[in-house]
Design a protein around this ligand. Structure first.
Ligand code: GLC
Length: 542
């Protein structure tokens, strides 16, 4: 059913107590190359993920998002798709996918795929045709421009991964645009045939029963039709990443994007209860537009505010308040701490504070996305120079974060190759494998894994944690304090120093439901919050 055609559009309908599944859910991101290898090639696969479904069910997450699994030459590890309807043999077959989808649903979990619409691989049949001649019917499916008068690139748009965003193609004497690698030519989303072809791709997977998509770099889909130069970024200094050299005023986040998204949303809404998430790195004011006018945007514009913020109460507190205040009516919040492009949370804020970060992520209002491996506290990974895989790190070795450090294999046991594979994995495991692995943490009630299970269990049991309002409470830094609903309070010490707690009486006399440091519950509320401690508290009369 197309809701929009049916009359005034209601984004989040809660009549009759109905909540959309994804408002109550925790999403778990899997980087498939690194989850579980079953065919002994050192790279994870679909059969491996399927084998680990009981682990995910016991952990207490609700939906699994897989980074791309489609046929790809892997120039950007699957974010360069050569066939949107085929599984890459590295990951398995379509039969493996169907079995994974069926078993995921049988385990009571949802499955989300990664949709990569901004660009294809240069090996995609569409691009092969497009580049074959200027009058090929698919020429306009990509972004081709004549050289500038001096023969150089048509404008100053840069590739996010370094260097010009334009590559000259000898065969036809024009440049094509790529916001990422030259092996990832951007599609022309102004072309109606492109939009139709991509809508058909969505339908192909929706017909199979997938529960939704995370849409890669969605804010990049619409570009300035006049291809104006981007203005220089005054804050950029030589040696910094090319990505930040110019403000991306014309190469991304154009008004036309919202029409494109509304079309994608129509496809999604023609199936019941499917979810559309957008990957969007923009400041809050621009991010909010992605909910769409009248809620016809993505359901969840990924909220990355916590990823880049300095880990200080004075920063994190206002950031949460501002995000909450900026949400449009009916816009459902969401929170992300890390992903396959960003430093691991335990690497970024310290292993002790990663426990506080987990409590924050899983007690804020809105859908949390948990990145695989964060639940066992994978922290520092060392990637020797001769094992670097990330194409961005290879392009800009001095300037960019090496994303390999966030993509190392899941550590299942202290045994050979961490139980991930029987052969040397594509990226090394971390040096603390002996203690940082599922088997070892499984039986330790104080482990990071146990803390995640407790937090996810609490979130499931306590409706106020899922649906209650977020209200900031008075507290002096380094304590961050907020209430969820009427009866739950979350008290987080974002430092290693103990700090006084000055709580309203009903919380001061309340009961501790969970302690971040030990994963334990019970006991009275202290009047000092130890360093690196976090508490979820129920009010005495709650
Ligand atoms: C997104 C992905 C990233 C990829 C890029 C190009 O940011 O998360 O991994 O390299 O898009 O597709």
């Amino acid at each position: 059913m197309n809701f929009r055609a049916a009359g005034p559009f209601v984004l989040f309908r809660k009549e009759d107590g109905v909540t959309h599944w994804w408002q109550d859910a925790t999403i778990y991101q899997i980087y498939p190359r690194s989850y579980q290898d079953t065919d002994e090639d050192g790279v994870g696969d679909l059969a491996g993920i399927r084998q680990r479904l009981p682990y995910l069910r016991d952990l207490g997450v609700d939906a699994v998002w897989l980074s791309p699994i489609f046929q790809s030459p892997m120039a950007d590890f699957g974010y360069d798709v050569a066939d949107y309807r085929a599984i890459d043999p590295l990951f398995g077959t379509m039969a493996d996918f169907d079995a994974l989808l069926a078993d995921t649903h049988a385990a009571g979990l949802k499955l989300l795929l990664d949709f990569v619409p901004n660009h294809t691989s240069d090996q995609h049949a569409w691009f092969q045709e497009s580049r074959s001649s200027r009058d090929n019917p698919k020429r306009d499916w990509y972004i081709w421009c004549d050289p500038a008068p001096d023969g150089g690139p048509p404008n100053n748009w840069m590739s996010n991964f370094g260097g010009s965003g334009w590559t000259f193609d000898d065969a036809t004497g024009q440049y094509y645009y790529h916001a990422f690698l030259k092996e990832q030519p951007d599609l022309n989303w102004r072309n109606p045939q492109v939009r139709k072809a991509m809508a058909d791709v969505l339908r192909f997977w929706l017909d199979k029963g997938v529960d939704g998509f995370r849409v890669d770099v969605i804010w990049h889909l619409a570009k300035d039709p006049q291809f104006r130069d981007n203005p220089p970024n005054p804050a950029w200094k030589p040696g910094q990443r090319d990505l930040d050299r110019y403000l991306q005023r014309y190469s991304a986040d154009q008004p036309h994007i919202h029409d494109i998204i509304a079309e994608l949303r129509d496809v999604i809404d023609s199936y019941p209860e499917r979810l559309l998430i957008g990957e969007i790195y923009l400041p809050v004011d621009r991010l909010m537009a992605y909910y769409g006018e009248d809620g016809e945007g993505v359901h969840l514009p990924f909220n990355f505010q916590l990823i880049n913020a300095p880990w200080r109460t004075e920063v994190i507190g206002p950031l949460i308040d501002e995000y909450e205040a900026a949400l449009p009516e009916g816009g459902w919040p969401n929170w992300v701490l890390s992903n396959h492009d960003q430093p691991r949370i335990a690497d970024r804020v310290s292993e002790e504070q990663a426990r506080i970060a987990a409590m924050l992520l899983l007690t804020l209002r809105g859908t949390p996305t948990l990145y695989y491996g964060d639940e066992i506290g994978i922290a520092k990974a060392h990637i020797p120079a001769d094992r670097i895989q990330d194409p961005w790190a290879k392009n800009e070795p001095e300037a960019s974060f090496n994303r390999d450090r966030a993509r190392t294999p899941m550590q299942w046991s202290a045994g050979p190759h961490g139980g991930f594979s029987t052969v040397e994995p594509w990226l090394p495991l971390t040096n603390d494998l002996a203690t940082c692995n599922v088997d070892t943490e499984q039986d330790d009630p104080c482990s990071m894994l146990a803390l995640h299970r407790e937090l996810l269990g609490l979130r499931k049991r306590e409706e106020e944690l899922r649906q209650g309002a977020y209200t900031r409470m008075d507290s002096a830094a380094p304590v961050l304090a907020y209430r969820r609903g009427e009866n739950l309070a979350v008290l987080l010490n974002l430092s290693a120093e103990s700090a006084p707690l000055d709580l309203p009486d009903r919380f001061a006399r309340g009961e501790v439901l969970l302690r971040a440091s030990t994963g334990a519950n019970g006991g009275p509320v202290p009047d000092q919050l130890p360093g690196n401690e976090g508490l979820v508290v129920r009010a005495a009369d709650g």
